[in-house]
Write a protein that binds this ligand. Structure first.
Ligand code: HEC
Length: 290
């Protein structure tokens, strides 16, 4: 192998395979493995140095062995080497893959036909073409079996599943993005699922002070038309995320709840308007009109 492939070829090739292997075997998300895990860079560097050292050692061993040969054997070795090099000469390979008769020999393959002066040659099909043709037939079988027998993913299914994944990613992003909803941009939610989610947040965090039915306790009644800090989704969202007046006991929930949760619980509270709580606390604040 040393005779045919110089270090300039095989070292980068093996190195690339090494890098590819780290990429294949190590799960590194969207990044390259060696970027995600910088220690890999060191490992790969050591590997590269090792490959170079290997090349140097192999070359040295070969030199020593060559020197130990008799004159006769040396000559034979050189000749064999030359022949082998010739076999892999790209020009020879190219000629083989084309296998067309050179123009000077075309006379041998001319057919007898003569169509109004147009003659025909019986040239062989160029092997590069023939083999690509065979390869395409084999490929077609694989293709047909994958897509039409095994129901592999076609473009439309691929597109749909990617859009699906993107949609989930957007939802995920929205959940955690802090500034996506604020008191300015917030809207009242009316979907049953959102109100249900809001009710859950309410039961887990708010019930203790505002009563299970929103009738009030330590905190004010949330079901009447009176609001201390302003009604409507924007004011309520602001109160819940930033808290009530200092010292009154209503904390800023923005450090505990996500913006969507605050939006949901605020919408839930507003949906309680006009419901008749069991022990309503007397009204505080002013009647709120939009
Ligand atoms: C520790 C008790 C306590 C908890 C828990 C609590 N609140 Fe309050 N809440 C209060 C008090 C006290 C006020 C009155 C604040 C003020 O007067 O400034 C208040 C005021 C409010 C107001 C404004 C009412 C108005 O009339 O303007 C809203 C809306 C509100 N709370 C919603 C919530 C929500 C939603 C939760 C749960 C995420 C919650 N509260 C949890 C005690 C609490």
């Amino acid at each position: 192998m040393r005779n045919l492939i110089s270090g300039w070829v095989w070292i980068p090739a093996v190195f690339l395979i090494l890098v590819g292997a780290t990429e294949y075997f190590i799960d590194s998300g969207n990044n390259f493995a060696f970027i995600e895990y910088p220690v890999l860079q060191l490992v790969l560097l050591v590997g590269l140095v090792f490959l170079i050292a290997l090349d140097v050692i192999l070359k040295a061993i070969q030199n020593v062995m060559f020197k130990s040969l008799s004159e006769d054997a040396k000559e034979r070795y050189m000749r064999a080497r030359e022949e082998r090099l010739e076999k892999y000469d790209w020009k020879v390979l190219l000629r083989k893959m084309n296998s067309a008769k050179p123009i000077s020999e075309e006379r041998d393959i001319e057919l007898d036909h003569n169509y109004d002066g147009i003659k025909e040659l019986d040239n062989k099909l160029p092997p590069w073409w023939l083999y690509s043709f065979y390869a395409s037939i084999v490929f077609a079988f694989g293709y047909m079996i994958y897509y039409h027998v095994l129901d592999g993913e076609n473009q439309i299914m691929e597109f749909e599943s990617e859009m699906m994944a993107a949609k989930i990613a957007v939802e995920e992003y929205k959940k955690n993005a802090p500034d996506l909803i604020d008191a300015e941009s917030v809207t009242l939610l009316t979907e049953a699922s959102d109100l249900e989610a809001g009710a859950t947040v309410y039961q887990n965090n708010c019930m203790a002070c505002h009563a299970a039915d929103g009738g009030g306790g330590i905190g004010p009644n949330l079901t009447d038309e009176h609001w201390i800090l302003g009604g409507g989704i924007k004011n309520v969202f602001h109160t819940v995320s930033e808290g009530g007046r200092a010292g009154k006991g209503m904390v800023a929930w923005k450090s505990i709840l996500k913006p969507t949760e605050i939006q949901q619980v605020s919408s839930y509270i507003l949906s309680l308007k006009g419901s008749a709580p069991a022990n309503p606390k007397e009204a505080e604040g002013d009647v709120w009109t939009e």
